[in-house]
Design a protein around this ligand. Structure first.
Ligand SMILES: NC(=O)c1ccc[n+]([C@@H]2O[C@H](COP(=O)([O-])OP(=O)(O)OC[C@H]3O[C@@H](n4cnc5c(N)ncnc54)[C@H](OP(=O)(O)O)[C@@H]3O)[C@@H](O)[C@H]2O)c1
Length: 282
């Protein structure tokens, strides 16, 4: 059995590769990367695959039984065709199963919705492919928040527009394990799973960070308008809009979804406290 993982040079792809190696051995795992030299450290066979190139994937998917498609990073409309390049190449090459890393969120209510919409279109394309399929809808990663800790400490607070909304954070580590299991076990075929942890407010997130890091942060909620303006000034129009849209979604409950993690992974999702502790220990 040969299983290939796209975007293996990225952090999520690498985590999935690592867990697959543990479960089925490195000789059965292939990493596909737009920039292959960034993935050679993974110590598995690496093939070239840029989502813009159908030809790359015609080559890269030869002899592959199952492929994990990591969602792309381009603007939403471009992603749909990029993902289709992988899906079509999988069909043409006799790949048996395709697993897609989608996203939790509302597809029409906030500034993050265009990205959610493009993910939903790829979900549909995957379901229509005729291959065995599984779709994971990922929660928000906790790691980027924790990478921001120095800024939070400097400002003394975590500030965004999520208000009392609950968010089911996960981690790339937790996702990597779940996707490895989903890829190797047939019982998941035909399911859409919410791959998320426990729902927490931003105040609870702040408390957990304080416990692990020994900090004294407070949580401060601001309006969507104020937060969007501040993020756009700091990160530019596209990324600022996306980030503000994510917190707007959290405020309205878009990320307070029931978890299918245990069904997918065969074990409980780690608690928020444990994910933060593991990140700090790295
Ligand atoms: N759930 C969340 O909180 C969350 C947050 C951020 C993003 N995401 C989504 O999750 C995905 C994976 O996240 P990550 O943490 O692994 O991100 P990451 O570490 O930034 O990696 C992004 C990966 O996308 C690859 N890539 C970009 N354009 C590509 C193209 N045209 N063809 C092939 N590969 C391409 C990059 O390849 P190179 O090494 O060649 O640049 C890299 O491997 C993201 O792409 C995004 O769709 C989710």
């Amino acid at each position: 059995m040969k299983i290939a993982v796209t975007s293996a040079s990225g952090k999520l792809g690498a985590s999935i590769v690592k867990h697959l190696i543990n479960l089925i051995g490195k000789e059965n795992v292939i990493g596909i990367a737009r920039t292959p030299e960034k993935a050679t450290y993974l110590d598995v066979e690496i093939r070239k695959g840029d989502y813009n190139s159908r030809e790359d994937f015609n080559e890269a998917l030869q002899g592959v039984d199952a492929v994990l498609l990591v969602s792309g990073m381009d603007e939403p409309q471009k992603r749909i065709q990029q993902h289709r390049n992988v899906i079509e190449a999988a069909k043409q090459n006799g790949v048996q199963k395709i697993v897609y890393t989608s996203i939790v969120g509302d597809d029409d209510k906030n500034a993050f919705s265009p990205i959610v919409q493009s993910n939903r279109q790829t979900e549909k394309d995957i379901q229509d492919s005729g291959l065995n399929w599984v779709i994971g809808r990922n929660g928000i990663y906790i790691e980027p928040d924790l990478e921001y800790i120095d800024t939070y400490v400097k400002e003394g607070r975590i500030e965004n527009c999520a208000g009392q909304g609950k968010c089911t954070y996960t981690s790339r580590e937790e996702l990597g394990y779940a996707y490895a299991k989903i890829l190797i076990e047939d019982k998941h075929n035909g399911y859409i799973y919410n791959l998320v942890g426990e729902p927490v407010t931003q105040s609870e997130l702040t408390e957990n960070i304080n416990k692990v890091y020994g900090t004294d942060l407070i949580y401060n909620s601001v309006t969507v308008e104020v937060y969007a303006a501040e993020r756009k000034a700091a990160l530019g129009e596209f990324l600022g809009t996306v980030i503000a849209g994510i917190y707007e979604g959290i405020k309205s409950g878009a990320n307070d979804v029931a978890s299918d993690y245990e069904k997918a992974a065969g074990r409980e999702h780690k608690s928020l406290f444990d994910m933060i502790s593991n990140f700090k220990a790295q």
